[in-house]
Write a protein that binds this ligand. Sequence first.
Ligand SMILES: [Zn+2]
Ligand SMILES: [Zn+2]
Length: 97
Amino acid sequence: MLDPLSLAVGAGLVGAGWAFGRFGPRRGTGRGQKVLARCGCGHDLALHDRETGKCHAETSRKGMHGLREWISCNCRRYTGPIPLEEVFAPPILPPES
Ligand SMILES: [Zn+2]
Ligand SMILES: [Zn+2]
């Protein structure tokens, strides 16, 4: 199943994610040693659109008058590590015809 090239690609992706997590903006990191499919915006890969890459998550913040208001995440593209399952099993899109 795993040929050397695929392993190298996977390792490269993990390395890129690691580098981003280490040198990128820190937000709520530091728990668990497992490589999580987490974007730089702090949301899971599953919350990002597969095609556009936009983050669908919403975050709450304290608005005026102490009311809580929900704003959608302004992340436009997933930047975190890609799980190997995603690399080896790309989504199969139905033909557009
Ligand atoms: Zn994101
Ligand atoms: Zn997000």
